[in-house]
Design a protein around this ligand. Structure first.
Ligand code: ZN
Length: 100
């Protein structure tokens, strides 16, 4: 029995929904967001970037992780953002940071 050769890894690409020919690649960029009056930068933030139109989409899981970190209930968010290990979008079980 000979299975068709399967790639050993899942390619980190997905079709772009903005342009017909574009392919979105998983890149790690520096994400900027404002928290009140403070500019937060998050290095190595996973984002999908289209190689045709340049459309950028942030990884959903990473966004919800970041939102959780930046939530007003989370205590002191700014410091934590920079020190948290970067999430791997292909590993769904990111352990929840503790807010103690
Ligand atoms: Zn595109």
């Amino acid at each position: 029995m000979n299975e068709t050769s399967r790639p050993l890894f899942v390619p980190e690409t997905s079709p772009c929904n903005e342009c017909p020919a574009g392919v979105m690649h998983l890149r790690h960029i520096t994400y900027f967001t404002w928290l009140g009056q403070e500019l937060i930068t998050v290095p190595n933030f996973p984002a999908w970037v289209c190689d045709m139109c340049g459309k950028r989409e942030y990884d959903e899981q990473a966004i919800s992780w970041l939102t959780m970190l930046l939530s007003p209930n989370a205590g002191k968010p700014t410091r934590r953002v920079q020190r948290t290990r970067r999430p791997d979008p292909r590993t769904p079980n990111i352990s929840q940071p503790s807010f103690d």
